[in-house]
Design a protein around this ligand. Structure first.
Ligand SMILES: [Mg+2]
Length: 268
């Protein structure tokens, strides 16, 4: 609770004023899908007396509340900026910022065209078996599974093996690229049974637009130095785009202990 009730200087009165430090969550601030240590939370609180701090996580807000907050501490009280779903859901000093969603961005007409094509394509693929839930609609993306998300673990493994031989997903993605070249979509094959479809650029760099918008606020700060700490800072990793972006100074970490070590070297 000491952390949550601490009083921080306003953003434009932090000692290192034009600097913001952003953090990935899993394996950077916390062990994967687990809670942050008291030591980490204490260090973040001390850092917040010097600079602005924020996190940028790929999963939704409830996950970060669980990992960084607790039943009596709202995660939005621990950071100046909270960027869930890469910033599609965002908070500044505890207040929500304007969000965004896949459907808002693509529009109902284009979305219908896309889903119509996907469902026809799935209907026509010959697989050894199919289950249900072929398109899962999420806030920032859609997830497409040729075999269906209702597949059991054994069925998932069987599909993955079949896919390795027959390139079901890569062929599907090529067909989508060819059909919708001007939709501005990125396709990412991950896991065993599906691939994600999301707007190009909606990786972790998405949150930088919120940071850049700060200078336009009354008494706002222009953040000329943006540090980013993340563990998946390699090509294909989900921290890569923001880590390698020209607007940030990237720091690659090897777990939360390493984040603490590097922060102490840089700021204390
Ligand atoms: Mg990570």
């Amino acid at each position: 609770m000491a952390v949550a009730t601490a009083v921080y200087p306003p953003l434009d009165q932090r000692p290192i004023k034009n600097t913001i430090v952003l953090f990935d969550v899993d394996e950077t601030l916390t062990p994967a899908r687990r809670h942050a240590t008291p030591e980490m939370l204490q260090l973040l609180s001390e850092l917040r007396h010097k600079v602005a701090i924020g996190y940028v996580g790929g999963s939704d807000f409830s996950k970060q509340q669980e990992q960084l907050g607790s039943s009596d501490v709202n995660v939005t009280s621990l950071f100046d900026f909270c960027f869930a779903e890469n910033g599609l859901t965002a908070y500044r000093l505890g207040e929500p910022l304007k969000g965004n969603s896949f459907i808002e961005w693509i529009g109902e007409e284009k979305y219908k065209e896309l889903v119509k094509f996907i469902l026809h394509y799935i209907a026509d693929i010959d697989l050894p078996f199919k289950r249900g839930t072929f398109v899962e609609f999420r806030n920032g993306m859609i997830n497409v599974s040729p075999v269906g998300r209702n597949a059991t673990n054994a069925e998932r493994a069987a599909f993955e093996a079949y896919d390795k031989q027959h390139n079901i997903r890569t062929t599907f993605v090529s067909a989508l690229r060819e059909k919708f070249p001007d939709f501005g979509l990125t396709y990412s094959i991950g896991g065993m049974i599906s691939f994600d479809v999301f707007p190009t650029g909606w990786d972790k760099t998405y949150c930088l637009r919120h940071v850049e918008a700060e200078k336009a606020r009354e008494g706002g700060v222009e953040y000329t130095t943006v540090h980013f700490f993340g563990d998946k800072a390699y090509e294909g990793g989900n921290d890569w785009e923001i880590y390698s972006d020209d607007r940030t100074i990237g720091h690659k970490v090897d777990g939360p202990e390493d984040t603490i070590k590097q922060l102490k070297e840089l700021f204390f």
